[in-house]
Design a protein around this ligand. Sequence first.
Ligand code: AMP
Ligand code: MG
Length: 423
Amino acid sequence: MLHFVRDGMPMITVREALQHILNTVPLLGLEKTAITDARDRVLGEDVRAPRDIPPRTNSAMDGYALRAEDITGASAANPKALTVTEDIPAGHPSDKAVGPGEAARIMTGAALPEGADTMVKVEDTESDGSVVRIFAEAPLGEHVRYRGEDVKAGEIVVPRGTLIRPAEIGMMASVGRSSVYVYRKPVVAILATGDEIVDLDEDPEQGKIISSNTYSLYSQVVECGGIPRNAGIAKDTRDDLLAHFRAALGADIILSSGGVSVGDYDFVKDVMKEVGTGIEFWQVAQRPGKPLAFGKMGNTLVFGLPGNPVSSMITFEQYVRPAILKMTGHRNIFRRTVTAVLTEDVEKKKGLRYFFRARVTYADGEYRAATTGEQGSGILKSMVLANGIMVIPEEVTALKAGDRVIVQLLDNSLFCDAEPSYL
Ligand code: AMP
Ligand code: MG
């Protein structure tokens, strides 16, 4: 959809911008990582079991390994007496078979001796060391864990593309893997711009503004699995911007913030054209974040994020986060959305998609959402108070309390309880 053209660039829709970015981003290569560092990464290979798990048929109980047929009809009133052949601790397999009328004392996890087919737990027995009396019969195979019952040799235990959680890490360890291939993390250079911007260790006197974007973006990058690098603060000159962009070119992604609007000192677009293959789009029909620019410099993806603190965070959420997740092999690259009942009236401009910062609650089977107050793109507090982002379509101009809206959830707080509900 073409809205209007400025600097030869048509403004595009949120949908077009997202599709363009997701069609452009590459799938990153693989790297080997220790399984202890693999959590939250996406597996880049099929992990197979080289041998059966468990490797031997073994006991699930402390008790006696015997033949089920020898204790048919056993009860407290009618115990069956068997000869104890030996004592088998876990980790010390025995090659002595259990014959008819015999039983071996055996611990949980110890390999079942040849001839035995069933376990009777120690509580159902009484022994003087050489003879054991069995007080209960047992079905064939009771309390026996069979070789390969969890995993068979050659089986894929964790397939390529799996998001690695502690369970997968345990499984990979159980098949003997101390390291695995995962999709590598992108290096993301974070470049602030602006003569009025200083870093934390500089003097914010004389009306200077501390580069909060550097740090909110840094943490957003970490949250979705990228490796952030602080690429500093460029002055509002072509030359300084150019130098900072050039210095950041080794990264997989450059996130600049600011300098991308229509002001006299907004040189980011010029520099993107000069260094790279140009801008692929600039300006998206959205609020906040309209001046967003996207392009490439060689293999480096460049997001020219707007400078306002809320705009930079929201455009990261909508475009950069899904891009990073896709590049690193994730399948579920979008935030969970819910439909919520609006608890206040809201108004907006026609033609732009709005991302209102929202507080979402859940009660009586229903989500409710309200904006977090003043919604200016410089009001970082509106993000601090938010656990969701209300997404209001382009054509809407006003919504009333009671209307339904779609909200992206920024965290899992709604699905976690302070107290267990089942105690
Ligand atoms: P710009 O698009 O460069 O005009 O920036 C828009 C607004 O965002 C200005 O008020 C800037 O002061 C502010 N801004 C730009 N960069 C940053 C930053 N790194 N941290 C915080 N605020 C910023
Ligand atoms: Mg600026």
